[in-house]
Design a protein around this ligand. Structure first.
Ligand code: SAM
Length: 368
C-alpha cells in the first residue's frame, strides 16, 4: 500500500516537473514561437514595418518618446483608428513597446529604421526596392522554382527580357533599384576606391558600372586615373550627366557593349563591382576569360562583391530566391574561395583578397 502511494506521488511529481519545464521552456522560447507566425504573414508584417518608416512613427517616437496614440495621430496627421491598428501590429512585431497606453520605440529593433541612421543601414531604400520590385516578383517564386524560369521577371517586365536591361528602360523602377544599389555599394565604397592599388593604374574599365558613382569616386581619389563605365545605354545617359556635374568630365567616359561577348582592349584594369553575382558560374568564367584576353601584360581585374560562406548562412542567402525569380533566374553570391579558384583557372596570378565589413570582399589579380 505504502509503496503504491509512493509510486503515485513520484508520478505526480514527474508530471508537475514536466509541466514546470514546459512552462519555463515556453517562457524562454515564446519570443521565437512568434517567428513562424510572423513569417507566414510576411507581406503584412513587411508592409506594417514599411508604414512605420514611411509615416514617420519611429522618427516621431525617437523625437519624443512615450507618446499616446492621440499625440502620435496629431503629430503624424493619421486618423486614430488606422494608426491604432498599425501601432498594435508594430507592438506585436516588437518594433514599438506599449507601456500604460504610451508608445516607445524598441531600443534595438527600430534603430536601423530611423532617418538619422539611413546612411548606415539603408533600410528605407531596401524596403522601397522590396515593395516595388522584389515583392511583386517573388509572388512568382513557386512558379519560378517549378518551371526553372524567372517567372517574376516575365510577369513584371515581359517574357524573354534581361532584368537589368528592362529596368534600365523603366524610369520609375530604375530609381528604386539605383537608390538601393547605391546604398549597398556605399557601405564600402570609400574603402575600395581609396585603395592605393588604383594609384598605379592609368585606364580603368568599370564593367556594369551603372550610373557612375564608383567612377567619380575613383577619379576623385586618384588624380592620374581615367575611368570608362560600361553599361546599358539608358543608364549611361544618367552617368554622363553625373560626370558633367562632377567637374571630372575629362577623365570619365561611357561605353556600351556586351561583356559576355567581348571586352575592349586599351585598359590596364577592369572592375567587376557587384557584377559576378548576377551571372551563372559559367558566365563569370566567360567574363574573366574575356578580361584576360583584352588586358595587356600586368593588367588587372578587381572584384568588389558581397560574399557567401560554404559552411554557414547569412542574410545574403535571402537574396538567392530573389535572383531566382527576377534576375535572370541565375546568379547568386559566391564564396571568396570560388572566385579565387575561377581567377586562377582563367590564368590570373598575384591574387589578393581583402575582407571588408558587412560580408563584402575586394579581390584583385593580375595577368602575367
Ligand atoms: C548590381 S548592379 C552593380 C552596379 C555597380 N557596379 C555597383 O557596384 O554599384 C549591376 C549593373 O550591371 C549592369 N549590367 C547587367 N548586365 C549587363 C550587361 N550584359 N552589360 C552591361 N551592363 C550590365 C546593370 O545595368 C547594373 O547597372
Amino acid at each position: 500500500m505504502k509503496s503504491s502511494l509512493k509510486r503515485v506521488q513520484i508520478k505526480m511529481m514527474k508530471a508537475l516537473a514536466k509541466l514546470n519545464l514546459r512552462k519555463k521552456l515556453y517562457q524562454k522560447y515564446s519570443d521565437r514561437s512568434q517567428y513562424p507566425v510572423t513569417l507566414s504573414m510576411g507581406p503584412v508584417a513587411f508592409e506594417v514595418l514599411r508604414c512605420g518608416v514611411k509615416l514617420g512613427i519611429f522618427d516621431e517616437l525617437d523625437r519624443e518618446e512615450g507618446q499616446t496614440t492621440e499625440q502620435l495621430s496629431a503629430a503624424l496627421h493619421v486618423d486614430l483608428y488606422p494608426l491604432n491598428i498599425c501601432l498594435r501590429a508594430l507592438d506585436y512585431l516588437k518594433l514599438v513597446i506599449n507601456i500604460d497606453t504610451r508608445y516607445y520605440n524598441h531600443p534595438l529593433n527600430t534603430m536601423s529604421f530611423l532617418k538619422k541612421h539611413r546612411d548606415i543601414f539603408y533600410a528605407d531604400t531596401q524596403m522601397d526596392y522590396m515593395h516595388h520590385i522584389v515583392g511583386p516578383a517573388c509572388a512568382f517564386l513557386e512558379e519560378s522554382l517549378t518551371s526553372g524560369r524567372p517567372q517574376g521577371l516575365y510577369n513584371l517586365f515581359g517574357t524573354d527580357c534581361n532584368f537589368y536591361e528592362a529596368i534600365s528602360k523603366d524610369k520609375e523602377r530604375l530609381q528604386y533599384f539605383d537608390a538601393f544599389m547605391k546604398n549597398i555599394t556605399n557601405r564600402n565604397k570609400e574603402r575600395v576606391t581609396s585603395d592605393s592599388f588604383f594609384s598605379s593604374r592609368k585606364r580603368i574599365l568599370d564593367v556594369g558600372g551603372s550610373t557612375g558613382d564608383i567612377a567619380v569616386s575613383l577619379a576623385r581619389h586618384h588624380s592620374g586615373l581615367e575611368v570608362t563605365v560600361m553599361d546599358f545605354p539608358e543608364i549611361l545617359k544618367v552617368a554622363a550627366e553625373k560626370f558633367k556635374d562632377s567637374g571630372l568630365e575629362t577623365r570619365l567616359d561611357t561605353l556600351t557593349g556586351d561583356p559576355l561577348k567581348e571586352l575592349p582592349s586599351g585598359y590596364d584594369c577592369m572592375l567587376f563591382f557587384h557584377f559576378f553575382d548576377i551571372f551563372s558560374p559559367e558566365d563569370v568564367r566567360l567574363l574573366l576569360k574575356n578580361a584576360y584576353e583584352a588586358l595587356p601584360p600586368n593588367g588587372a581585374v578587381c572584384i568588389f562583391t558581397p560574399v557567401n560562406y560554404e559552411d554557414s548562412v547569412t542574410h545574403s542567402d535571402l537574396f538567392g530566391p530573389y535572383f531566382l525569380c527576377l534576375a535572370e533566374g541565375q546568379g547568386k553570391f559566391y564564396t571568396k574561395e570560388k572566385i579565387v579558384e575561377w581567377l586562377r583557372q582563367e590564368r590570373f596570378t598575384n591574387v589578393s583578397v581583402r575582407e571588408l565589413p558587412f560580408d563584402d570582399a575586394f579581390i584583385y589579380a593580375e595577368k602575367q
